[in-house]
Design a protein around this ligand. Structure first.
Ligand code: ADP
Ligand code: MG
Length: 757
């Protein structure tokens, strides 16, 4: 007698729906052995499929007992059934049960891989089987594109690939023509040489010449069981290969991704999009947390409120040294350093009609003067304020070329200007105004020559000598100025307030002014004022320019005198220019750590809140927070919905032996794949847009330090994993309703037995 594989003792199966109980199988007693080829027939609804599914371990049974190799299965838990489906049966279902999106090859390989066979082995085995069922030529075609005959052959190929002792086929020829049916039956007959084959069919005639036994059921009961021929002694079953199912989940995940290229691409696109949204929204949110831009700048402490400027002094008030400069240049995000930080608070103006405009009120008096008729302008309203700031030539931390042409200034009357080389050699007047220390309308006026040009920044870069002039102690020079005013022996002096100052206009300019549209005020270029040029070489204090009212002059001294009059060191304040305002906090923290006193003038002096801007900012914050929440929720919902499309293929794979744990892990694996690649692509997109000059996006990135980026990535990943858990649980509920994780049966005993035979 051949080995008895399946024994049914009074086995009953009921289908219970809401109120109805249908009997699927009614107290069946049967025994099947290896080598048998059994045909089960019966009319539609008689219970054939039910029997097949119960024997295949796909449906549970309620009454009696099913013995496998003489051992009862009624106490099997989920994990035991998983093992049974994986190792003991091959199941061919009526509707093929193949993975429609996967290729023919993948369908067979996956069945083999699920049993724990290694990749290489599975491939060579699959080739053998595909040649046998004549599908080798079509190996890379998607299963969905096969004809019904080919699909059924594929599902048989898959069943044959698995070295299970039992093969159950539920109406495999149902949709086939005679020729194809015959092929299928002969394949099954061949398979029966080494296993038990149970063929469910409604067309007994086509199997009649092959089967060894014919069972007929009716209303869930066996009504006939006849032996047609003695089964041959079964051939030696294929050796069961060693199981190495490690990494199987990754294979399943990969299979799922490959089987649905469009789905995968959409998912990747969607994840990329959410990452893009999450990062840009978070960047916007973080940048809007800073309310400085909603405040108006008050320039009474620092005239130059450039947002990229950081003013640094030694915390103990001592002078800056060369070493300090090196240290400060080494701080990350520092773009350049200006030794004379004070100078950055002094404005200059040049190109009289472009950068520097007086605005006079029209309160004029006309009269006759020694030079002819004139109009007296009684007061000055204000000066156009978009004047660049004076700076000394900056130092860069890297080897950057400051000059694009020309040379560096060698004295305080030579400058480097931002602009093109056509500027080199041009001279123009420069008006210096120290809003911090002088009256608002006090100016120093010098004439400078451009000796070099630069692409860096905007404005004029002076020689250090000019810096020293302003660095020099104001009080000291004020003293000099008040004591020696008549002798002009001073570097600069505060000018008297300009209100009430006189400026002469010629008649035609006045007419021009009168016809100007604005009746109350008007603009015109500031008249260029003469200055005394009285250079005398070899005089220690060399007077060069002075104009009585309304301007003050400055005097030129030798560099040695500058050094003598000014401080010996480099003074107390340095101005750093950082790459972007977004880095302000990071740079300030670093400077504080290094022991410096540092402020962002822009931030410190932006004081009065603009209610409209403040409202806009709050709105931005709210919108960003809401949009972030929406993006994350959308991500969860779409992810869940998209993954539910995979459920069917998981059910199919479950039927051929995919266990619950691997199924769950493979989902996690796919989600991680999308999340991580989405993050990479999303970030690349942001970086790409930033690099492509879309400033609004490049800006956001600068507000996200690495730590924030990592945190955001983790939050995104966390959301993905939480959703994955949700999807995994839903799948488990659907496909593995009573799954345990660990089989507590002694399967090894069974394996040993198998090995013995
Ligand atoms: P066959 O395959 O021989 O056509 P089935 O095994 O599919 O028969 O069905 C046997 C009986 O069980 C039928 O009365 C059918 O209506 C019932 N049945 C099958 N599947 C279900 C189900 N999922 N729920 C309820 N009743 C079912
Ligand atoms: Mg059926």
């Amino acid at each position: 007698m051949n080995e008895e594989l399946l024994t049914l003792q009074n086995l009953s199966k009921y289908y219970t729906s809401d109120r109805l109980v249908t009997v699927g199988l009614n107290s069946i007693n049967l025994a099947f052995s290896r080598g048998e080829f059994v045909a089960v027939t019966g009319e539609s609804g008689s219970g054939k499929s039910t029997l097949a599914h119960v024997l295949g371990g796909i449906l549970p049974y309620e009454g009696g007992e099913l013995l496998f190799k003489g051992k009862p299965t009624s106490h099997y838990d989920g994990a035991d059934w998983e093992r049974y489906r994986r190792d003991c049966v091959s199941f061919i279902s009526q509707n093929y049960g193949i993975l429609p999106g996967a290729t023919v090859m993948d369908n067979v390989v996956s069945a083999l891989r699920l049993t724990g066979i290694s990749k290489a082995e599975a491939k060579s085995e699959a080739e053998k089987i595909l040649r046998e069922v004549e599908l080798w030529e079509l190996r890379s075609r998607r299963a969905a594109k096969l004809s019904s005959g080919q699909k059924q052959r594929l599902s048989i190929a898959r069943a044959l690939a698995k070295p299970a002792p039992i093969l159950i086929a539920d109406e495999p020829t149902g949709n086939l023509d005679a020729e194809n049916s015959a092929k299928i039956i002969s394949l099954l007959a061949k398979a029966a040489r080494e296993r038990l084959v149970i063929l469910i069919t409604h067309e007994f005639s086509e199997a009649e010449n092959f089967v060894t036994r014919h069972i007929s059921i009716h209303d869930g009961k066996v009504v006939m069981d006849s032996l047609l021929r003695e089964p041959a002694a079964p051939e030696e079953p294929k050796a069961v290969p060693k199981r190495k199912s490690r990494g199987l989940f990754a294979y399943v995940a990969g299979l799922q991704l490959r089987s649905r290229p469009v789905w995968s691409a959409l998912m990747l696109f969607f994840f990329t999009l959410t990452v893009f949204a999450v990062f840009s929204l978070a960047g916007t949110f973080i940048s809007a947390l800073d309310d400085t831009p909603t405040r108006l700048y008050d320039d009474s402490a620092f005239q130059n409120g450039d947002s990229q400027r950081i003013a640094v002094a030694k915390a103990d008030g001592s002078d800056m040294t060369e070493k300090d400069e090196q240290t400060l240049l080494g701080v990350k995000y520092v773009e350049s350093l200006e030794s004379y930080g004070y100078l950055s608070d002094i404005k200059y103006a040049y190109r009289e009609d472009v950068d520097y405009r007086w605005r006079y009120s029209l309160d004029t008096v006309s009269g006759k003067g020694p030079d002819g008729d004139y109009q007296r302008v009684s007061s000055v309203s204000f000066i156009q304020s978009e004047m660049p700031f004076a700076k000394t030539v900056p130092e860069f931390p890297d080897e950057r070329e400051f000059l694009s042409d020309g040379r560096l200034p060698e004295n305080m009357y030579e400058v480097v200007a931002a602009g093109d080389e056509s500027l080199i050699g041009s001279s123009f007047p420069v008006f210096l105004q120290d809003g911090k220390n002088w009256s608002r309308s006090a100016y120093i006026y010098i004439e400078v020559t451009v000796v070099g040009v630069t692409d860096y920044g905007k404005g004029l870069y002076f020689h250090d000598d000019l810096g020293r002039v302003f660095l020099s102690d104001v009080e000291m020079f004020a003293k000099i100025s008040s004591s020696s005013r008549r002798n002009y022996y001073y570097l600069y002096m505060p000018a008297p307030d300009l209100s009430g100052a006189e400026a002469r206009l010629d008649k035609s300019t006045y007419e021009q002014i009168r016809s100007a549209r604005n009746e109350d005020s008007f603009e015109f270029p500031m008249p260029r004022l003469d200055y005394l040029s009285n250079r005398e070489k070899d005089v220690t204090l060399n007077f060069i320019g002075y104009h009585l009212s309304p301007f003050n002059g400055i005097i030129e001294v030798s560099p040695e005198k500058f050094a003598e009059l000014g401080r010996s060191g480099k003074g107390g304040q340095i101005s750093l220019t950082i790459e972007d305002y977004a880095y302000t906090d990071r740079v300030l923290n670093e400077l504080t750590k290094l022991g410096y006193a540092a402020v962002s003038p822009y931030r410190e002096c932006s004081t009065i809140q603009d209610p409209t801007l403040a409202r806009q900012r709050m709105q931005t914050l709210r919108i960003c927070a809401a949009a972030l929440a929406v993006a994350l929720v959308l991500q969860v919902v779409v992810q869940r919905a998209m993954f539910s499309l995979e459920t069917e293929s998981y059910l199919l794979m479950k039927n051929i032996g995919l266990d619950c744990k691997t199924a769950r892990l493979s989902i996690l694996c796919q989600v991680l794949f999308f999340a991580l690649f989405g993050q990479v692509l999303g970030l690349l997109a942001i970086l790409g847009f930033g690099a492509a000059g879309i400033e609004s996006i490049g800006r956001l990135l600068r507000y996200l330090p690495a730590s924030h980026m990592i945190l955001l990535s983790l939050i995104h990943l966390g959301a993905c994993c939480a959703t994955a858990l949700w999807i995994m649980n839903a799948l488990q509920k659907q496909a593995y309703p009573n799954s345990g994780f660990v089989s507590d049966l002694d399967w090894s005993a069974l394996d040993d037995e198998e090995a013995k035979q």
